[in-house]
Design a protein around this ligand. Structure first.
Ligand code: TYM
Length: 353
């Protein structure tokens, strides 16, 4: 099993990222990779293990939109600290940033001969982000999904844990891999493994606390719309208290939340964080209003986030260790990327010494 996934290092890591993706990264890491004594051996550079997790900061993706260089640099170090604080273990998983592994950008170009304009034109994220001003967007925003395909195909990923909003990009990665495998082969063998998206059955799309029809997002201008993993307890309680709701009590059945998106979102968050089903949570709170539910949700979040934000703050103070984690991860990633890239050059008939 080869698990690969990424996150843009822009803005804060929020509860949507955590429940939709990062928590599953940690679970997959804990399920499939070695621990204990094996860890030291792997870190010492033994042969590539059969099961491997690679998690990265999509810093090359982040330049597809206007950005402030100093903020991107700081964001990359903060996101590294946040991922480790959430439980990504840089000894067991390969944790790195794209910019230190040039093979990502290299493979993107090589795949650009296979990706079709029509496929990219249909991407909903492109349509949403570009809006009516397509002509004014960067080329990188348009070809963003080709880089994303390169990110996973480079490592022959088998599983890609992501939230719901990345599903279409991963389908595109599969289409690109399939077309490339059909059109070219390296020494008679297909070049790419087709990656499977892993989208969690609950919490795959956490919504904004201010609008139950909009995704919780790093780019929402209102900080009240999201819970950041670094928020202190008072901030978490205040954001939950101010979260948009309705005056009705909670129903006993999930069907009763069908046209109450904000209420459904808070119940979903509670259930996901407590690792219970939404039905079970409604069973406990049926008939109660948000005056009772919100403080319970706030307490649950504070308790869950406390160890993460404490560790995050400690890690941020050790800048050298963060740099070292990324440098070590990048060296390991570059080694794994080499053979795929060689096959791609060979399959395309490109002469390289
Ligand atoms: P990004 O940085 O927007 O988000 C990182 C991960 O968090 C998930 N996520 C959510 N899940 C549930 N509810 C939400 N409100 C929510 N918001 C975000 C995302 O689905 C994602 O899994 N293009 C990607 C980064 C990327 C990538 C890749 C991912 C680049 N290359 C290769 C997987 C494989 C992105 O911008 O994610």
């Amino acid at each position: 099993m080869r698990v690969v996934s990424g996150i843009q290092p822009t803005g804060n890591l929020h509860l949507g990222n955590y429940l939709g993706a990062i928590r599953n990264w940690v679970r997959m890491q804990d399920e499939i990779t070695a621990d204990g004594d094996d860890r030291a051996q792997l870190a010492g550079g033994g042969s590539a293990p059969k099961n491997q997790c690679l998690f990265f900061l999509a810093d090359l993706h982040a330049i597809s939109q206007p950005h402030v260089p100093a903020e991107l640099h700081r964001g990359s170090l903060e996101m590294t600290a946040a991922l480790v604080a959430c439980g990504i273990d840089p000894m067991r998983s390969i944790l790195f940033n794209q910019a230190q592994v040039p093979q990502h950008a290299e493979l993107q170009w090589l795949l650009s001969g296979t990706a079709r304009m029509g496929w990219l034109n249909r991407m909903t994220q492109w349509k949403d982000k570009a809006g009516k001003n397509r002509e004014g967007q960067s080329v990188a925003l348009f070809s963003y999904p080709v880089l994303q395909a390169a990110d996973v195909l480079l490592y022959q990923a088998t599983h890609v844990p992501v939230g719901e909003d990345q599903k279409q990009h991963l389908e595109l990665a599969r289409d690109i891999a399939q077309k490339f495998n059909n059109d070219f082969a390296s020494e008679g063998a297909p070049v790419f493994t087709l990656p499977e998206p892993f989208i969690p059955p609950v919490a795959a799309r956490i919504m904004s606390l201010r609008d139950g029809t909009a995704k919780m997002s790093k780019s929402d201008p209102s900080d009240l719309s999201r819970i950041n993993l670094s928020d202190d307890p008072d901030t978490v309680m205040r954001k939950i208290k101010k979260a948009k709701t309705d005056p009705e009590p909670l129903p006993g059945e999930l069907a009763g939340l069908a046209d109450r998106p904000e209420a459904l979102n808070l119940v979903t968050i509670y259930a996901a964080v407590a690792d219970r089903s939404a039905e079970d949570v409604l069973g406990e709170f049926a008939g109660q209003g948000f005056g009772a539910f919100k403080p319970a949700l706030g307490d649950l979040l504070v308790e869950t986030l406390r160890p993460i934000s404490r560790r995050f703050t400690e890690l941020l103070e050790d800048r050298e260790s963060l740099d070292a984690i990324l440098a070590t991860g990048a060296a390991r990633a570059r080694t794994l990327a080499g053979p795929t890239l060689d096959s791609v050059y060979r399959a395309l008939g490109l002469v390289r010494a």
